[in-house]
Design a protein around this ligand. Structure first.
Ligand SMILES: *Cc1c(COP(=O)(O)O)cnc(C)c1O
Length: 511
């Protein structure tokens, strides 16, 4: 006798605890549809009416509103909770779709990816094992293979989706550390080796390299900085010299981290030349392309990543230059065998016999266990738009950044740093005459005053110890007029600051 499947017909209306009315199940599909449609509608209304990227609200003003909500007293329905959420979140959120959001590496997101997000959380697949994901595992693997092919890796490549570039970099360095430790399999030899391991990167490499070194139990001075040129790219001859110097001191270079798109300057380290150095020295080359990975699909600029195929591992952040919602990142390796360093077999989850049975358990390659099916967002993006369309969006913002660079370089009120091959522009307001000493303070002030007004958001950084401002352009909707307008606002804020400060200084001198 076969039992009937449990479907809407065979399951009666919800009984038992009223809480069950909130679970997604056959009896509650109307509620599911309504709640999600309401949420979508609220976001759409906010997007339609946001006239600034930010309201400029301060943490002090917002904190009491959030803290005042009694989490032990529920509102009972989604509509009421969303009304409340307008007050604590939606009204004062930072909107990345707004053309005057020019600050960090946050992108506006493509709609197919949002559709993917809605689906993946509702189905709630977990990527650790085949028996919690099924087709999702195959979709993720297909996307990793696709990315590896775009990188130029061969058939031995593999990889894994991660929560972000920091985690991808951490895993890359874990694999590199384990490869370096293969020469010292005995526990005491490994203990001797660990403090002697070194990681080389440039001064403008991402700080997650330092953090990873700490997490991996390396020495406090394990990350060694390699000289950069005027374009803020690692100098290959300097890398070769550093490797020789460290080895002469009895140290072991565990990995070189090249950056393909530095967070501040968008500079791309000279990958073919660096690969030649690491290949000759037999050192692991990791390419952090968290930012520059969008070039993999660029119809016009793919050549800027030439040489990436010679890396041992590559970090890609789809949530930066592929217009994907957070989180969506991957670590891709040239030789799948290195991923075994992330493998542990747990009897309850992924026993070793499953490998022999060829059951694909992604947890065998991941630092995470339960893991989101983020890959679905990229999948729907590629299936709806295709890679060229995504690359064209990235190309647009790179073009816009070139335009912005020219605009600023022609403006005598500002000083601009080296031109980025990607989409950042680092510059500062340069007061004239006596105000010149106030340059640092004026730029800090201008950035804060602009953010407080909410009219636009820009980032800041330091260049050779001085305070600079930074645009990160990731929104094709941002026009050069927007950029020009933001420059006017910055010049106004900074100029006012300098005038007021020099006036008070004068008054003090006179008094
Ligand atoms: C953003 C970034 C990272 C970190 O990525 P997250 O996704 O924020 O963790 C690493 N490297 C570079 C070059 C980046 O720009």
């Amino acid at each position: 006798m076969t039992l009937p499947g449990r479907t809407a017909e065979t399951v009666s209306a919800p009984t038992g605890s009223p809480a069950r009315a909130h679970l997604l199940h056959t009896g509650n599909l109307a509620r599911y549809r309504e709640a999600l449609a309401d949420g979508v509608d609220r976001v759409a209304r906010r997007v339609a009416t946001a006239d600034r990227p930010f309201t400029g609200i301060t943490p002090d003003a917002l904190a009491p509103r959030v803290a005042g909500i009694d989490l032990d007293r529920p509102l009972g329905d989604a509509g009421a909770a969303l009304d409340e959420l307008e007050d604590v979140y939606l009204r004062d959120a930072v909107w990345f779709h707004h053309p005057r959001y020019l600050a960090h590496l946050n992108c506006p997101v493509v709609i197919p990816a949002l559709l993917g997000e809605a689906l993946l959380t509702a189905v709630n697949s977990s990527m650790d094992t085949w028996d919690q994901s099924a087709g999702a595992t195959l979709v993720e693997r297909h996307l990793i293979d696709w990315t590896a092919t775009r990188i130029g890796f061969g058939a031995d490549a593999d990889g894994i989706f991660t929560s972000g570039g920091s985690q991808s970099n951490l895993q890359a360095l874990l694999l590199a550390r384990e490869e370096a430790c293969l020469v010292a399999p005995a526990a005491d030899a490994r203990r001797d080796l660990l403090p002697r391991l070194r990681v080389l990167t440039s001064a403008v490499g991402h700080f997650s390299v330092q953090k990873s070194a700490k997490l991996l139990g390396l020495a406090p001075d394990a990350v060694v900085t390699v000289e950069t040129d005027a374009q803020r790219r690692m100098v290959p001859a300097a890398l070769r010299r550093e490797i020789t110097r460290l080895r002469a001191e009895g140290l072991v270079v565990m990995a070189v981290v090249a950056t393909a798109g530095t967070t501040d300057f968008g500079s791309i380290d000279p990958l073919p030349e660096l690969a030649a150095v690491t290949e000759a020295a037999g050192v692991w080359l990791h390419v952090d392309a968290a930012y520059g990975c969008g070039l993999l699909v660029s119809p016009t600029r793919r050549h800027l990543l030439d040489g990436v195929e010679r890396a041992d591992s590559v970090t890609v952040d789809y949530h930066k230059s592929f217009f994907q919602p957070v989180s969506s990142s991957a670590l891709v390796v040239r030789d799948r065998r290195v991923l075994r360093h992330a493998t542990y077999h747990a009897d309850y989850l992924n026993p070793a016999r499953m490998v022999e049975q060829r059951i694909p358990n992604q947890v065998d390659k991941s630092l995470q266990t339960t893991r989101r099916f983020d890959a679905l967002k990229l999948w729907l993006t590629l299936r709806v738009m295709g890679p060229d369309a995504v690359g064209a969006l990235f190309d647009e913002v790179v073009d816009r950044a070139a335009g912005a660079w020219e605009l600023i370089s022609e403006d005598p009120r500002f000083e601009v740093v080296t031109r980025s091959p990607l989409s950042t522009v680092v510059f500062r307001y340069l007061p004239t005459g006596r105000g010149r000493e106030l340059a640092d303070a004026a730029n800090l002030y201008a950035r804060e005053a602009l953010a407080a007004s909410g009219a636009a958001l820009v980032a800041g950084t330091t260049v050779d110890g001085r305070h600079f401002l930074k645009f990160t352009l990731l929104n094709p909707e941002t026009t050069l007029e927007d950029v020009g307008h933001v420059l006017e606002l910055l010049a106004e804020h900074a100029g006012r600051y300098v005038r007021e400060r020099t006036a008070t200084d004068l008054a003090c001198q006179v008094g």
